[in-house]
Design a protein around this ligand. Structure first.
Ligand SMILES: [Zn+2]
Length: 494
């Protein structure tokens, strides 16, 4: 199987090849059981497309508007050294001699499957038997996911941190069809070179062709295609001649993969502390929003299990200055802004929240974006700000319960729970409100957001009051908080 030639992409209409996906008029839908595999495919496919088409911004715009013909794909493919995309070779750098090899069940490459001792790996899919065997097509997306999205710490001392940093958030441009989504996340070579100032000296070969050397992996020495598939492990997937039903895509296969072996690379990327200290520099991974601080660049990660992505949506789209750091949208969002808008776009935000492979700690959120990302940014900011302001008001109102001499942990628990409930409810509301982002004026969108979010914060506050109505000191404090909440809201309930 060759990833640039053969069908390995699982869709609702069966397995298709990259060429079929990019050149057909059919609208394919990816078919993978786990949203994290889906997300990894949405990163892997545009990266492969970048290797085949090597487009500039103008080409990409043309592909998005007019599509790509089979002949065009074939012509581009002639220039690619496709041997590196063979199934037994792609992203698998051979193990060095005489090192200790770590191995594990294939299940470990899917988050949320409990096969370690981590208390956090709970969830819907928490059954090892659900993913104890996969087909050889799916090892590539699992391998890619390991290198790009899974935190090295999940594997303890044998885990490595890749070029993007561990467990960083991904933002991708989502279009009405899978084909358009892949084009929209393909890298325009001219734009990328302009932003990164990559020079001739940057190494172009893939890491499984020529693994990086030395203790520090300097960003400026890593060429675009090398970086898009940068490795952090030597890896091997032993293939058994045995039938299976794949636990990742559901396909029937006459070959099975149940384990993988790995040895981590010993050098450090600029995404790690070692790398930053060694002045490795940040390699501009296209799907990672970053925080630029005085001492270096950090990938944006989700904070904790209760975190919801809407709170940082403005910074993923527009960028934002927060204390001593500048949050910058991922390269792919900035690249997309330079293209001529044609129709609706959404932003997909995904990743792992918790340190452990927890399914409850996953993000996979879709937000409707204005047709022109560059013109209407204030619309998004206004909606998000409304949410953050309301959260602050609720927080201030709840602070009244700290003054009554109760145990601090007890009262902060009450507050924390109420705030979490708000953040969680606001997620859906903001997603719904942004559905109208092209149809409504910024002022109206904001008014809508304020109205609905205020209703939520008032409802949550009333719930807390009801719960503690017989605890007089608490209740009195909450009454004070309530009048403060009412005063600060432009909307009054009832
Ligand atoms: Zn499969």
């Amino acid at each position: 199987m060759n990833l640039l030639k053969d069908p390995f992409i699982s869709t609702t209409k069966g397995k298709i090849s990259l060429k079929q996906l990019l050149t057909s008029e059919q609208d394919y839908q990816l078919q993978y059981y786990f949203d994290e595999t889906q997300l990894a495919m949405l990163q892997l496919l545009p990266s492969l497309t970048t290797v085949v088409l090597k487009p500039n911004l103008e080409d990409l715009e043309r592909y998005l508007t007019h599509g790509l013909s089979e002949q065009e794909y074939d012509q581009c493919l002639i220039k690619v050294d496709t041997q590196w995309f063979e199934g037994g070779c792609f992203m698998q750098s051979p193990m060095p001699q005489g090192v200790k090899v770590a191995d594990g069940p294939i299940t470990k490459l899917v988050s949320g499957i409990e096969c370690g001792s981590s208390a956090n790996a709970l969830g819907l899919f928490s059954e090892v038997e659900h993913v104890d065997v996969v087909c050889p097509d799916c090892i590539h997306v699992l391998n890619y996911n390991l290198h790009m999205n899974i935190k090295g710490e999940c594997f303890g001392p044998t885990g490595a941190t890749g070029i993007r940093g561990g467990g960083s958030i991904s933002t991708l441009v989502s279009r009405p069809s899978l084909k358009e989504t892949v084009f929209a996340n393909t890298i325009a070579i001219d734009e990328f070179i302009k932003e990164t100032h990559l020079t001739e000296e940057a190494e172009q070969s893939f890491m499984w062709q020529k693994p990086p050397q030395g203790e520090i992996y300097y960003a400026h020495t890593i060429g675009l295609e090398r970086g898009l598939f940068a490795l952090a492990y030597h890896i091997n997937f032993p293939i058994e001649e045995k039938d299976c039903v794949c636990g990742v895509c559901g396909a029937v296969s006459d070959q099975s993969v149940t384990t993988f072996q790995r040895v981590k690379y010993t050098g450090s990327y600029g995404s790690t502390k070692n790398g930053r200290d060694g002045k490795a520099g940040w390699w501009l991974f296209p799907y990672t929003p970053i925080s630029v601080k005085e001492d270096g660049v950090y990938p944006i990660c989700a904070r904790d299990q209760n975190w919801q992505s809407w709170q940082e949506l403005s910074s993923y789209v527009v960028g934002k200055e927060v204390n001593k750091a500048l949050i910058e949208p991922a390269y792919i969002v900035r690249q997309f802004r330079k293209m001529i808008p044609i129709n609706r776009t959404s932003l997909l935000i995904g990743g792992n929240i918790a340190d452990q492979g927890s399914i409850v700690g996953r993000v996979y959120d879709l937000y409707a974006m204005p047709e022109s990302l560059s013109r209407d940014n204030s619309k998004i900011t206004k909606v998000i700000d409304a949410g953050l302001e309301e959260k602050e008001k609720l927080s201030l109102a709840l602070n009244k319960i700290f003054g009554i001499g109760y145990d601090k942990n007890f009262v902060s628990g009450i507050k924390e729970q109420a705030i979490q409930s708000f953040i969680c409810n606001a997620q859906q509301i903001i997603q719904q409100i942004l559905q109208d982002v092209d149809r409504k004026e910024a002022k109206l969108l904001r008014a809508d957001a304020i109205l609905r979010l205020t209703q939520v914060s008032h409802r949550i506050f009333s719930d807390v009051q009801r719960k503690y109505q017989y605890d007089l000191p608490l209740f009195r404090a909450l009454v004070k908080g309530e009048s403060q909440l009412n005063r600060s809201s432009s909307f009054k309930e009832g």
